[in-house]
Design a protein around this ligand. Structure first.
Ligand code: IPD
Ligand code: CA
Length: 272
């Protein structure tokens, strides 16, 4: 009988194998092509990792569905049903991967009934393996992790990103929120990987993370890992996280999430 543990173990074994495809290019990967714009990029490694994961999982679980960054055709909408769905970013932080900046990862989330129930975020360059299964806690390299107890913005280290779009209206909102965090927060960080930013919140290294313009594959694994570490993952304007909305806010405590959601300038990208 199939179980969540079995699904997770199968995915984890595949993810670990794919780690080698990334570490081969630890000093950077200079061959890439542009996708939606000149800072939204893809390499052969992104495609190879996604293909390995999807083929491996589909062979074992033929009825499962997939939402994978490199398999979604340009302009196509993602469909998330109640069926078990693997939500895959083969390399989150592709720009880092290209430059040889060592913060990039494979991010794999499993949603069942539209809820993320298992997540794996693996940065093979730095040997960081973040994992979670529903109801079983969150772990970094097999050691249980917890969010911080920071409740107020002045004490919070907040991770956020400029993203991979140069859309003028979106950039304006990024600059406004940058001003907010720099003037009112304890500090800001930008790792260049949405999934790793969320993992930092899960391990208590950062206290909050928000972004507009991310995709389901950037945040699915992070969602369950943050929640299993005791944190909250919501829509930046408050209310439940919608995986396809391209908006995320996660924080160590509900109080910090609420303070941020009340003060952030909002932006609503086109849905996934
Ligand atoms: C991107 C990274 C980046 C974030 C973007 C994502 P990719 O994912 O996570 O940090 O700002 O919104 O799209 O393109 O490297 O998989
Ligand atoms: Ca990616």
């Amino acid at each position: 009988m199939e179980s969540l543990d079995e699904y997770f173990d199968t995915a984890l074994a595949l993810v670990k194998t794919c780690g080698n495809l990334i570490t081969e290019h630890v000093n950077g990967c200079k061959v890439f092509v542009k996708k939606s714009c000149d800072i939204d990029l893809v390499t052969e490694t992104d495609k190879k990792v996604e293909q390995t994961l999807v083929e491996g999982l589909a062979k074992k679980y033929p009825s499962h569905k997939f939402i994978g960054e490199e398999s979604v055709s340009d302009g196509a909408k993602c469909e998330l049903t109640d069926a078990p769905t693997w939500i895959i970013d083969p390399i989150d932080g592709t720009l880092n991967f290209i430059h040889g900046f060592p913060h990039c990862c494979i991010s794999v989330g499993l949603a069942i009934n539209k809820e993320c129930v298992a997540g794996i975020i693996y940065n093979p360059n730095l040997q960081q393996l973040f994992t979670a299964k529903k109801g079983q806690g969150a772990f970094l390299n097999d050691r249980q992790i917890h969010v911080s107890n920071i409740k107020e913005l002045p004490a919070a280290l907040v991770a956020f990103e400029c993203g991979t779009s140069r859309d003028e209206a979106k950039c304006k909102v990024v600059y406004e929120n940058f001003k907010l965090i720099v003037s009112k927060g304890h500090g800001m960080r930008s790792l260049g990987s949405a999934a790793l930013n969320m993992a930092m919140v899960a391990m208590g290294g950062a206290d909050a993370n928000f972004e507009y313009g991310i995709h389901a594959w950037d945040i699915a694994a992070g969602d369950i890992i943050v929640r299993e570490a005791g944190g909250v993952c919501i829509d930046p304007a408050g209310g439940p996280l919608d995986l396809l909305s391209r908006r995320v806010l996660c924080a160590s405590t509900p109080e910090l999430a609420e303070e941020l959601s009340k003060n952030l300038v909002q932006f609503y990208p086109e849905r996934d």
